[in-house]
Design a binder for this molecule. Sequence first.
Ligand code: NAD
Length: 455
Amino acid sequence: MVGQGKNYQRKIGGFMKIAVIGAGYVGLVTGTCFAEMGNSVVCIDIDKEKVKKMEKGSMPIYEPGLEDIFQRNIKEGRLSFSHDINDVKKSGVVFLALPTPPGENGSADLSYVLAVAEQLGSILNNYAVIVDKSTVPVGTAKLVSSYVGKNSKKKFDVVSNPEFLREGQAVEDFLRPERIVLGTSSPRAEKIMRKLYEPFVKRDPGKIIVTDEASAEMIKYAANGFLATKIGYINQIANLCEKVGADINSVRMGIGSDSRIGSQFLYAGPGYGGSCFPKDTQALAHIASNSGYDFTIIKSVIEANNRQKEVITHKVLDYFHNNIKGRNFALWGLAFKDNTDDVRESPAITIAKSILKNGGSVAAFDPQANETAKKQFSKKDKIKFSDNMYSVLEDVDALVIATNWREFSEPNFKKMRSAMRGDVIFDGRNLYSLDTVAKEKFNYVSIGRRALLNA
Ligand code: NAD
C-alpha cells in the first residue's frame, strides 16, 4: 500500500476506515470522494497496471474534477491503493464496485461480485458493513451475505447502496447527490452508513432513503429502465417527425416544458450507450422473465435502441446511394457521451464499424477517448485517429458527428469547409441550427429534422 504518509493516523481520527474493491469509474470516484470527507480509504483493484499507475499519482480514467481531489487526498495520506484484497482487513466498511457485465442471456453476471464476497469472509477480522455499489439484481444482497458467511468468523452486514452517478459529472453527482438509497434491515449497518453519508447531505438529511435490500436493488434498475425508455421514446418521436415534417427540437421544447415530463433526457440522438443503460435494460428484462413477467415496454426499448444505433449509417448510405466503397469519413466523437473517455457500447463505435463494413474509411477524433477506442478495432480496419478536430477533416467526403462534446458545438465552419473534399455533415447529436448550416452552405442531415440537401 502507498499513499499513507505520516499524517495518516492523525487525519483519520473520528473518521472511518473504508475499502473500495474495484477502482473503475464508480469505485475510484467513490473512494476519492469518501477520502475527501476525511475518511481513510484504500482502493483495491485486481488490475496491477492500474494500481501501479494510481500509486504513481496517475489517473486511470478521465473524469472531470476527479484529478484534483485524487491528488490532494493521496498527498494528505487519506487515499491509498492496493491490488491485494487482504488490505481490506482493517476496514469497517467495504464497498464492492465491481463489474456486473451482461451474461450470455442478458442477465447481470455476478461472478466478479460473488468471487470477492467469497474471499472476504476469511479476511475480515472485525465487524464490517459490506456494501453492494455495483448494479445487481434483486436478491444479490442475500447472495453476497451467504457467500461472505461461508468463511466468516466475524459478524457482518450487507447493505445495498446503488450508485446513480453519471460519468462526466460523477464527482458533482457523488459530492452533491439527489438521493442516497440504503437497502438494509440491520439498524447497526444503517447507523454506520448514515454517518458515512452525513457530510454529503448535511443540508437535507431527508435525501437518505432507507429501504429493504430488494427494493434498493430494484430502484437502480427501475431508474435506469425509465431513463432509457425516455431516450428511446424521444428517439422514436424524432424518427416520426422526419416522416410527418415536424421538427424534433420544437417538439422537445413543447413537451419538455410540461413539468410532468421534464426537459432532461429529451435529446434525440444515435441511441443510448455506455456501461449502464444497455446492460441494465437487458438485466431488467431478464429479471422480469425469470419472475414470469412479460415486461413488454423494456423489451421494446432495447429493440428500438438497437435500431437507433443504425439510423446514422442508414442516412449515410441513403445519401451516397448505397455505395460508400472508397469514400472517406471523418468521425467527431468516439465516447458514448461528452466528458468521458468511456466507449463501452458507444453508438459512435457502432457507426464507425458500420461505415468500415460498408467499405468506407474513417478518420476519427475524440478529445478524450481516442486511446480507449483504439482497442475496439483491429489492425486491419481502415480507421485512423487524430488529435485534432480539423485535421481529421482533410480530404473526407463527409463528416459524421457521434458525440455531443462541447467543442463540436461551435466549430469554425470555414475551416471545416476548406479541409473537407465533400460538403455534407451527418449530425447524430443535432448540434447546429438549420439556419447556421444553411448559411455555411453545407448539406446537413440530422435526426428528427428536415435534411438540407441543396448546398
Ligand atoms: P469498471 O469496469 O470501470 O470498474 C470495475 C473495476 O473492477 C475494474 O477496474 C476492474 O479491474 C476491477 N475488478 C474486477 N475484478 C476485480 C476483483 N476481483 N478484485 C478487485 N477489482 C476487480 O466498472 P464501473 O463502470 O465502475 O461499474 C462498476 C459497477 O457500478 C457496475 O455494476 C456498474 O453497473 C455500476 N454503475 C456504473 C456506473 C457508471 O456510470 N459507470 C454508474 C452507476 C453504477
